[in-house]
Design a protein around this ligand. Structure first.
Ligand SMILES: Cc1cc2nc3c(=O)[nH]c(=O)nc-3n(C[C@H](O)[C@H](O)[C@H](O)COP(=O)(O)OP(=O)(O)OC[C@H]3O[C@@H](n4cnc5c(N)ncnc54)[C@H](O)[C@@H]3O)c2cc1C
Ligand code: SF4
Length: 559
């Protein structure tokens, strides 16, 4: 009998593994993907000219968004929009995209590391404006866990005293670059905050991980572990405690329960042999990512739970949300032809714009969004200068002149949960392991469409205040299609929500099954909303709290 079985090793699973093993509890981790070897798998210092076809594949697949699964020169390994042999389906009237990783550390090997705390009103959205549902936890209860998460993973930032962007335990910020200084000046004129970004990259050494050396390639992985990943920062150290057993290549299929409805074992497919195995446990923590966790519970049917484990409420799979996304770029003549200068830094932005209109009663949509900024002399990505006309030295000098003179703005906004957005088991489709797959239903409402229209106006105003010109991509032409496709911003949440009322949510305030006391969920599935802040810091903070509670339940004999 294993003490605790954790399923999934991403942000949530990695945190639970770290906290429980630190407390001396024996943990067995089931991970569908292989072990990660950063030295071999991460390619952040490999130049495109060092690899065949400059890394875009023999048939230039990379130019068409079709990077091969498992390995790409431009991203960390084993994460992409399609997983071979593991399909999902989308209802005919919906659009949805699902980025998944299959490797130790999950999508934390790939993520952008933007790390923002939720605000006080994000935990009480219904009390704030009558939409959505309040969380059974408050910011005051979560704040100490944000402290622990930030201190451990390392997050840059500055104290700004903004209600929309609560301050945290920050490492020193990274200095703004030339284009970011111009953006800050424009924002000042427009009365908008533009503050140092909050990113999980180390500006000084923390917990034995080296400080960042500013190669700016974090999306491809970080061999020095200066960019946070649960694999390098949590799981590898936990392996040294002697308390962690890892089973890789293990795709959990189903949770097995006894007559009392408690989890007794996890059934999984050992991929290498394609055989079914079972692992008995005292408690199980499901942290396979929000939608995979819902899938696992829905596929775990028994006489006591005919609709799936812990799902007598019928709420598993419901309330699926993602973040809204809208991008706009502009050409800024003041940045054209600048002498080449050091633009190094962490990957992504050094400044960002938190939501600034919380008290505006005139806007026509609820809640808000933050703005992520791009630009500068970054290493050109695949498809750079695609579509530019001309050839020869005239084209070259035009590209040199304009390189670094483009700025980009990405809005990331709150979605209000709605009844039309959910996932369920597709009765007709199974994956290569014979496990029934998810079918997605997804719909943005007028709230999100109006918010995105506001983003367009805001970004236009910033670009024009910088003396620039927006790219010819007008919202009026693109209409409602301008908003990202559901799932595209990769912040899925809400599918196994917590609630004090067991009829409203399968989990209690500790992310523990109301009906199944030895079942815990530790990813974004328990969330009751999806505020404009990127989800991962909150996954870590909530998983930390969940793991401590589980340890206490084990100590007192309740589990
Ligand atoms: C390109 C990119 C950029 C992003 N940028 C940001 C950002 O800037 N800020 C931010 O906050 N978030 C960002 N995200 C999102 C972030 O990566 C996720 O929120 C986070 O990793 C989710 O953690 P998780 O523990 O829920 O799941 P994951 O990290 O997805 O890990 C789940 C793990 O479970 C395993 N698993 C799944 N099913 C099973 C099964 N049945 N059995 C066994 N194992 C299973 C998977 O193999 C995987 O390793 C980004 C994501 C991507 C891909
Ligand atoms: S910029 Fe820093 S954190 Fe990112 S990959 Fe390079 S060294 Fe790592």
């Amino acid at each position: 009998m294993h003490d605790v079985v954790v399923i999934g090793s991403g942000a949530g699973g990695g945190t639970v593994v770290k906290v429980l093993t630190d407390l001396g509890i024996n943990v067995t981790l089931l991970e569908a993907g292989p072990m990660l070897n950063p030295v071999k798998d991460f390619k952040e210092h490999v130049w495109p000219y060092q690899v065949d076809h400059r890394g875009v594949g023999p048939h230039a697949e990379g130019y068409f968004g079709k990077s091969p699964w498992g390995f790409s020169y431009f991203t960390a390994p084993n994460g992409y929009w399609n997983v071979p042999g593991e399909p999902y389906t989308v209802a005919p009237d919906s659009k949805f995209r699902w980025f998944r990783s299959r490797i130790i550390g999950g999508r934390t090997n790939h993520y952008g590391r933007i790390s923002l705390r939720f605000s006080d009103y994000d935990f009480k959205p219904y009390s704030f404006d009558g939409l959505g549902a309040d969380w059974p936890v408050s910011y005051e209860e979560m704040s100490p866990y944000y402290d622990k998460a930030e201190e451990f993973i390392g997050v840059t930032g500055t104290k700004e005293g903004l209600r929309t962007a609560p301050d945290g335990k920050f490492l020193p910020p990274v200095a703004p670059r030339v284009h970011e200084t111009l953006i800050q000046k424009a924002c000042q004129k427009l009365n908008m905050p533009c503050v140092p970004s909050r990113m999980a990259m180390l500006t000084k050494s923390v917990h034995g991980r080296a400080a960042c050396h500013y190669c700016g390639q974090c999306g491809r992985g970080c061999q020095t572990a200066s960019a946070f990943s649960s694999s390098q920062a949590m799981i590898f150290p936990a392996m040294k405690t002697g308390k962690l057993k890892i089973i890789t290549g293990a795709m959990a299929r189903e949770m097995i329960t006894n007559d009392a409805g408690q989890v007794t074992a996890v059934s999984y497919v050992e991929k290498a042999t394609r055989t079914e195995k079972q692992i008995r446990c005292r408690a199980a923590v499901v942290a396979a990512s929000a939608c995979e966790s819902a899938r696992l519970l829905l596929n775990s049917k028994s006489t006591r739970f005919p609709n799936g484990l812990a799902n007598n409420s019928g709420m598993v799979g419901r309330n699926l949300t993602d973040t809204t996304g809208y991008d706009l770029g502009g050409f800024v003549p003041a940045l054209a032809g600048l002498p080449r200068h050091n633009c190094d830094g962490i990957d992504g932005m050094h400044v960002y714009i938190p939501w600034w209109l919380l008290d505006d009663k005139k806007k026509d949509f609820p809640r808000g969004y933050h703005i992520e900024v791009g630009g500068g002399f970054e290493m050109p990505q695949i498809g750079f200068a695609h579509g530019r006309e001309g050839y020869g030295s005239a084209l070259k000098s035009q590209l040199r002149e304009q390189y670094g003179a483009w700025v980009g703005f990405s809005g990331r906004g709150e979605m209000i949960p709605n009844a039309s957005s959910y996932c369920e088991i597709d009765p007709q489709t199974v994956d290569q392991w014979g496990i029934p797959v998810l079918r997605f239903h997804f719909r943005w409402t007028e709230h999100e469409i109006k918010q995105v229209r506001h983003m367009h106006e805001t970004f236009t105003a910033i670009i024009e205040t910088m003396g620039g010109k927006v790219m010819p991509k007008k919202f009026s032409v693109r209409g409602a299609d301008a908003v990202s496709i559901g799932g595209e911003i990769i912040h899925e949440a809400g599918t196994v929500r917590m609630h004090d009322d067991p009829k409203q949510g399968p989990l209690n305030r500790w992310c523990q099954g109301h009906e199944v006391k030895n079942l815990f969920v530790a990813d974004a599935a328990p969330f009751l909303g999806n505020p404009d802040k990127n989800v991962t810091l909150s996954i870590v903070a909530l998983a930390w709290r969940t793991a401590e509670h589980l340890a206490e339940e084990m100590r007192t004999g309740n589990v």
